[in-house]
Design a protein around this ligand. Sequence first.
Ligand code: ATP
Length: 137
Amino acid sequence: TEQTLVLIKPDGVQRGLVGEVIARIERKGLTLAALELRQVSTELASEHYAEHAERPFFGELLEFITSGPVVAMVVAGDRAIPAFRQLAGGTDPVEKATPGTIRGDFGLQTQFNIVHGSDSPESAAREIALWFPSLNS
Ligand code: ATP
């Protein structure tokens, strides 16, 4: 089976969507291998989003992701990486995510799109090691 790193971002936690997101993950048939509510440091946020360091929204992204607690999870199951991306929907909650997805159902703005999920096996390995260094997989 595959593992993916899922984050419920500060907007999702603040809006009380933790249970909703976890329920969708579980109903899909995926399982939780690790879960923690955590205040993110600027250091962890910049490492997590290192690929966006040159983007104009990087500063705002770091400010947002460190603005309140996030729920970090390792989600496991058959094809867990694309399976969670499907549950999340596209990055822009209005133009890309369709109704029925987490972002399509609950989001309005690209910056505040509720969840993150790893986008490839390489990202998943890197992100799980970054967020849960004590897990060996
Ligand atoms: P994530 O990596 O969080 O799962 P994603 O892979 O769908 O999202 P990316 O293109 O990797 O999208 O962008 C990472 C995050 O940066 C987005 O989820 C969003 O929060 C933020 N972001 C992306 N594009 C913009 C933008 N144009 N303006 C503001 N924030 C943005």
